[in-house]
Every structure is written in structure tokens, then in C-alpha cells.
Design a protein around this ligand. Sequence first.
Ligand code: PGA
Length: 259
Amino acid sequence: MEIIIRPTQEQCASIGGRIIANLIKRKSDAVLGLATGSTPIPLYSELARMHKDEELSFSEITTFNLDEYIGLSGDHPCSYQFFMNEELFGKIDIRSDFTHIPNGEAEDIESECLEYEDAIRSSGGIDLQVLGIGSDGHIGFNEPGSSLGSRTRIKTLTGKTIEDNARFFDNSNQVPRHCITMGVGTIMDSASLILFAFGEGKADIISKAVEGPVSAMVPASILQLHPSVKVIVDEAAASKLANLDYYNEVYANKPDWQE
Ligand code: PGA
């Protein structure tokens, strides 16, 4: 794991934007895995800025989002489809038929999940997956206790996640109890991953995910087993890392050829 610590979210997002732009320069038809929630918003603003100011084109890019609430239509303001349209897709030149988000209104949820897995496979697999982390350690909506080998499926949100996400709804009773999420195994199949986390509220879980034991009780800890993961965090989210000084030392002394 490479741990990159920057003072602000914007600086973290700028590094993330640069990594994605470099990938697109190397592979104009790359497949990106995308996340929702507050965390990726600065990254999406940066990508939109790069599209506008630096002619970064997404015209051949395919995307797969991690998850969607069950029971919300794509035009519901709290659906992840709506979020993606607002925060990113509406601001870049991506083809809407190249974007994928699980259908939370599918009549047959199991078939929807199998088809989502098939679509990822048929695209050639995800080159780079963007992740946030829940305060309970989830990635996607893989809540604590999720099988570390799980595939796309229905999950029930924990009380903690419902409480955390209630801020996007009028009240916590309106937060759907179920979602479709890529599995931990699906996420781990990505060729590379970037996990972002910002703010003091994420400091505990970042220290567990990065430096604690690998455990289904902290699903993000599985990333320790992946050969190509960057964890990009602001100073507040990094504040409880035991090896903080070492990560800063590594970053400050990175050989130029490592980008
Ligand atoms: P947040 O959520 O970005 O809104 O903190 C992260 C997550 O639940 O994965």
C-alpha cells in the first residue's frame, strides 16, 4: 500500500485527478470504478475542471459504480445515479451508455447482480477503482462481516451507515435499508485502486484499515492484500496512523521514475 498524506482534500483530489488523467493518456478507453458519498466530490470537481481546462476527454471511458440503493429510481435526488449525473457525468464528455450503476429498481435483483458482474467482466475489468471508506470500515456497501470473497449482491445497511447517510435524506427513516453493491471480491479484481478519506471522523477507521489486521469486520483492510493500492488521505484522516512519519518520508523521497 502506498499512503499519501496531504494537508487538504483539494490537494488529495488533485493527486487523484492526475493519476486518472495519466491513466486516460495511456489508455483512452480505460475502465474506471467510481464511488459516491461526500468523499469523491473534490475528485469529481477536479476531473470536471481538467475536462474543461485541460481537454481531458472521457469519450471512450467506461465506468462502473460500486453501489446503489434498492427502491430509489435514477431520478430520485438521493439515488447514486442522480449523484453521478450531478457531480460528474453531466460535466464531462462521457457517453451515458458507457456508464453503469446497479439498477436499484430491478425486479429481479439476483439477475441484476449477475448481469452487473458479467458487464464488468465483458468490459475487460476495472483498470482503476475509486473508493471511499465508511466509518464502520465498509468499501462499497460491504458492511462489517461481509465475505472477503463476495461478489455483487444485495446487502442490508448497518445502523451506523443509515445514521451516517441520513444527512443526505430528510431523516434516517427515509434511508433505504437495502442496496446492491459490488462485492469485496469484485472490488479486489480491479487492476489498481485508490482509497480516499478525509476528516478526523475517518482517522480511527483509516488506522484500522491500513495498519490493523485483515478482517471481515473491517472490509477495507482486505486492500492490504492487493498489490496496487494508493490510500490518499488528508492530515486529519491520517492523524491516528502509527507509521505516519514513515509514510511522509516515503512520499517526500519518491524516486522521479515512480511518477
Ligand atoms: P462518505 O462515505 O464519503 O460520505 O464519508 C464513504 C462511504 O460510505 O464509502
